[in-house]
Design a binder for this molecule. Structure first.
Ligand code: NAD
Length: 473
């Protein structure tokens, strides 16, 4: 059992200020206590921000080579801690060991490598005739992250901010503090100059709110729910800081009538159920031509029913529990809402999988006969729940795909790449993946509409942490 009772501020592990509270870290697979974490207060934020502010003048003036060297040291140490990181993520969010080893831990490394490459090539000055534009670090960056892909979010934000020359105060999700503790240890071992990286635990309504309203924080980058993103923007407004939001999604997979239907449906269901459906870009609305709907429903039900759900420590497990009790209850409520609204359950349903008595396990659930106005088609469930919606003709499919408050991602399946590209151009989403294409971490990532503002990754992600200065000669 781990006790996380210190914060990493100004290059050292320090005790919280008076008023900190203790929270249980619960293993969602067993509901057993996995540790304790201290949650800080505004006073801890003030101390961390002061350290970051004091470190900013020197760090922002460092050379590209100095920052690359730091990112490389972090990368090397991260590699050495991969097994610990995978173990922490499994313990705190219940992701299966195979997923932790293959993706949850390595994706942080991939982000560090991608950000280092971006920094190598990035042009911090652009000529306009005799004049030029300088791209300079904004200042102190507050980074607030969610629990679902914890290292992906922490590494993407931290690497970009440091590459830009910003100093950092990280507030990881209070639900996933174990992996963040390891990350802070890595930052310390990497000889990160004191104050350049700081980390404290805390709740959104206290530590998060102080970060977003703090006059000495120049940019806040949050990954989380749209609710939290809106609260951050409201609280940040009086200090006119930059706000970068990576928020929720309800992404469509638009299967066109010329697609390899069984392959497209199988990929779609697998992507939804991965990480127990707790992925912001999961294709949770599957849009199928009406004439092939029955066939698609049968394939989806078979794929969902065959997913091995169980102990995340078992290498054969493909789906573990939901990460915490509150999220489990939300998922159950929304599955119930789908049933009440008349959608047809063809796999899963409410409750735990058969024979499971403990743990926040949900059932891989597929709803057929969904129309796009139902709660399960409009609200982000953030659980293993797929809504299958029939459509009539390409125009109708595109209209349903875009009929959502969100715009994080979209997916197109088609046998005709030129047609898929035409359709992709009409989808209102920050990224479109065609026929099971892989994510490319060098490309911008972010949302349209209620899915956020700004972009993470690559040159666009670095730019989020930069000011722009015109110099005229
Ligand atoms: P959440 O909104 O509850 O919390 C996210 C983070 O924001 C946490 O660190 C939390 O403490 C903090 N927070 C909450 N309220 C805050 C406030 N008022 N001020 C400042 N900080 C606050 O989300 P979650 O349950 O941790 O994560 C799930 C959500 O994250 C889903 O909606 C998912 O789609 C989204 N998400 C988005 C992306 C993306 O890149 N767009 C990636 C992963 C997750």
């Amino acid at each position: 059992m781990k006790t996380l009772n210190q914060f990493y501020i100004d290059g050292q592990w320090v005790d919280p200020a008076p008023g900190a509270t203790e929270m249980d870290i619960v293993n969602p697979a067993t509901e057993a206590l996995a540790g304790k974490v201290m949650l800080g207060t505004a006073a801890d934020v003030d101390r961390a921000v002061a350290a970051a502010r004091a470190a900013f003048p020197a760090w922002s003036q460092t050379s590209r080579e100095t920052r690359i060297a730091l990112l490389e040291r972090i990368t090397g140490l991260y590699k050495a801690r991969m097994a610990d990181i995978a173990d922490a993520v499994r313990t705190e969010i219940g992701a299966p060991v195979a997923l932790c080893q293959a993706l949850q831990a390595p994706i942080g490394l991939a982000h560090l490598a991608a950000a280092t490459e971006t920094l190598r090539k990035f042009e911090f000055e652009t000529a306009y005739g005799n004049n030029y534009v300088r791209h300079e670090a904004i200042g102190v960056a507050a980074l607030v992250t969610a629990w679902n892909w914890p290292l992906s979010l922490i590494c993407a934000k931290t690497a970009a901010a440091l590459a830009a020359g910003c100093t950092v105060v990280l507030k990881p999700s209070e639900i996933a503090p174990l992996d963040a503790a390891i990350f802070a240890e890595i930052m310390h071992e990497a000889d990160t100059p004191p104050g350049v990286f700081n980390m404290l635990y805390g709740e959104g309504k206290t530590v998060g709110a102080r970060l977003s309203s703090h006059p000495d924080v120049d940019v806040i980058s949050i990954t989380g729910s749209t609710r939290a993103g809106v609260e951050v923007a409201l609280s940040a407004a009086p200090t006119v800081k930059r706000v970068h939001q990576e928020l929720g999604g309800k992404s469509p997979l638009l299967i066109l009538d010329d697609a390899d239907l069984p392959a497209a449906v199988t990929t779609g269901v697998t992507q939804v159920m991965m990480n127990s459906g707790q992925t912001c870009i999961a294709p949770t609305r599957m849009l199928v031509p009406r004439e092939r709907y029955a066939e698609a429903v049968a394939v989806a039900a078979a794929v969902a029913n065959a997913i091995p759900v169980g102990d995340p420590a078992d290498p054969a497990t493909k789906m573990g529990p939901i990460s915490n009790r509150a999220q489990y209850e939300k998922v159950q409520r929304l599955i119930g809402a789908g049933m009440e609204e008349g959608a047809r359950v063809v796999a899963g349903g409410t409750g735990r999988p058969e024979g499971v008595e403990r743990g926040f396990y949900a059932r891989p659930t597929v709803f057929a006969d969904v129309h796009n106005g139902m709660a399960i088609a409009r609200e982000e469930v953030f659980g293993p729940v797929l809504a299958m919606i029939p459509y009539d003709g390409e125009e109708d499919g595109i209209a349903i795909a875009n009929d959502t408050p969100y715009g994080l991602a979209a997916y197109v399946a088609s046998g005709d790449t030129a047609r898929a590209r035409r359709v992709a151009a009409r989808l209102r989403a920050g990224s479109v993946r065609i026929n099971a294409a892989q994510v490319d971490l060098a490309m911008p990532f972010g949302g349209y509409k209620a899915s956020g503002n700004g972009r993470e990754n690559g040159a666009h992600g670095l730019t989020e942490f930069l000011e722009c200065k015109s110099v005229m000669l």
